[in-house]
Design a binder for this molecule. Structure first.
Ligand code: SF4
Length: 208
């Protein structure tokens, strides 16, 4: 779970402000590039390869988040915990500037693995308010409370995370959201069925 790219830099697939599908309120959502899990039916297969995308420093990404009208930040992927050190610095920088900001992360690891494995994962856990853990299991579909499959858990890590979990549990089924990043990337988030995700990707790809 170490960063394979330039030391001190986040390997960013995309970043955009989303509303609802990545946690309560308006959230600056960061998609990390690279994931070791290879879950069947992954909604973001383009984010699995450990290839260099946009390298950005934690402070530069925090400045970008802070220039947006947001209620919090969310880490998604790809796998945020494979870039745990730099992403924890990013969250700390945002929270230092705006202490009321909350931080959520989706991870394909289970929290017990993250706590046991050491490395930089505990630093990122310490910076978060809420974790949605576990790999996507295609055979256990689930479309409530930001979980893609029933094995995944919503785990509050702070009192603010408890409040977020309450909001999530009363918010019903999330929809699909299509965002466009500053770089012009089209990002599909939420929990589309595999068929809908495929059709959307096809339609939105150049020449689709
Ligand atoms: S953990 Fe998430 S990003 Fe990684 S392969 Fe599984 S579904 Fe895809």
């Amino acid at each position: 779970m170490e960063n394979l790219f330039e030391k001190g830099m986040i390997n960013l697939a995309h970043a955009a402000v989303t509303e609802g599908v990545n946690g309560p309120g308006r959230r600056f959502t960061v998609w990390a590039q690279g994931c070791p899990r290879h879950c069947g039916g992954c909604f973001n297969p383009d984010l699995i390869p450990f290839v260099e995308k946009t390298l950005v420093s934690p402070l530069a990404l925090a400045a970008r988040a802070l220039s947006s009208e947001i209620d919090g930040i969310t880490l998604s992927g790809g796998e945020p915990f494979d870039q745990a050190g730099v992403l924890s610095e990013f969250i700390r920088a945002v929270k230092t500037a705006r202490p009321a900001m909350t931080a959520i992360a989706f991870t394909g690891y289970e929290i017990e693995e993250l706590q046991k494995n050491g490395g930089e994962a505990p630093k990122l856990l310490d910076a978060l308010d809420l974790l949605i853990d576990g790999p996507y299991e295609e055979k256990k579909p689930c479309r409530d409370n930001l979980r893609g499959s029933k094995n995944q858990r919503i785990i509050p890590l702070t009192p603010e995370g408890e409040a977020l979990a309450l909001k999530i549990s009363s918010s019903g089924t999330p929809e699909v959201e299509i965002s466009i990043s500053k770089e012009g990337d089209v990002i599909i988030s939420g929990f589309p069925s595999p068929e809908l995700a495929f059709a959307l990707r096809k339609k939105l790809s150049p020449g689709g």
